[in-house]
Ligand binder design. Sequence first.
Ligand code: SF4
Ligand code: SF4
Length: 112
Amino acid sequence: MVRMLLNILKNLFSKPATVRHPFIKREPFPEHRGRILVFDMEKCDLCRDCERLCPPAAIKVDPETKTITYDPFKCIYCHVCVENCLQRAIKAEPDYQPPAYQKQVVYYKLER
Ligand code: SF4
Ligand code: SF4
């Protein structure tokens, strides 16, 4: 009983463990992977490694049309593509909540 009362008093006068998201955004943790920001088509050589390695098939590389299609709604943010792109053409940022009202894919085109 005493332990329970102590717990209640402690919880009454301590800060909550949660934050009032989305009014307050928690800083991402150091090992947080974040979302894919952009494919840098200046660096990309259309090798298709990212397409082959992507577990949910969120990336489609088409060497014929020189385009990359990235589906952020399929992406599980594992960063296998970021870590394995030999050209370092895929960038990510430690953001965790890009708002979206509609599902849409992102197209990138090589212009050379
Ligand atoms: S983004 Fe990287 S891994 Fe993907 S096709 Fe371009 S160079 Fe290859
Ligand atoms: S982060 Fe993972 S799931 Fe998302 S595109 Fe890259 S390999 Fe695919």
